[in-house]
Design a protein around this ligand. Structure first.
Ligand SMILES: [Ca+2]
Ligand SMILES: [Ca+2]
Ligand SMILES: [Ca+2]
Length: 180
């Protein structure tokens, strides 16, 4: 059984028979989904972030049209949504944002290439809030989180690593509008 994004051990053993990284010598089957494209090692080239439908998380390092390496980040239970990527601690390396589907527990993995340098629980937002986007809304270099509630409310958390430095509701938009 996979563990949680917050480091919790849900018991059992990992699926030793599963593939550990997407096949980077050829076609990737549709059990893998691209969950993000971001520069996790700060070398100026974006990596591809993959998630397998069994919960496994993996990266490909790229150089132009070449895949130069693959990394296995481990299993995270499929009750965790890989909600976005952004550089939350302004170290030049993109980080990974997780939200638990049940209680809205929000966890950040601070990344260094294919290594999880640190992980931290930020807060739990409850099940009615969903990450709409990740972007630097106050221009301080740290990525911030835009939330959308099922009732249409939009809220921003400004971030510094695992810490919410400010939060506020910025408006309410009905469900006919989608953020792209
Ligand atoms: Ca890179
Ligand atoms: Ca970072
Ligand atoms: Ca910011």
């Amino acid at each position: 059984m996979p563990g949680g994004a917050d480091g919790s051990d849900t018991g059992g053993s990992e699926n030793a028979g599963a593939v550990h990284v997407p096949n980077h010598g050829g076609a990737v089957d549709n059990t893998w989904t691209i969950s993000g494209v971001a520069d996790f090692d700060g070398d100026g080239r974006d990596e591809i972030l993959w998630r397998h439908n069994d919960g496994l998380v993996a990266t490909w390092a790229t150089d132009g049209a070449s895949i130069t390496g693959a990394g296995n980040l481990g299993y995270v239970g499929t009750d965790w949504t890989l909600a976005g990527t952004g550089d939350f601690n302004d170290d030049g390396r993109a980080d990974i944002l997780w939200v638990h589907d049940g209680d809205g527990a929000t966890v950040i993995w601070e990344m260094n290439g294919s290594t999880i340098a640190a992980s931290g629980l930020v807060a739990s937002v409850g099940p009615s809030w969903h990450v709409a986007n990740v972007g630097d809304y106050n221009g301080d270099g740290n990525a911030d989180i835009l939330w959308r509630n099922d009732n249409g409310a939009l809220a921003v958390w400004t971030m510094n690593g695992f810490t919410v430095t400010g939060s506020g509701v910025v408006g309410s938009v009905d469900s006919n509008w989608t953020i792209i």
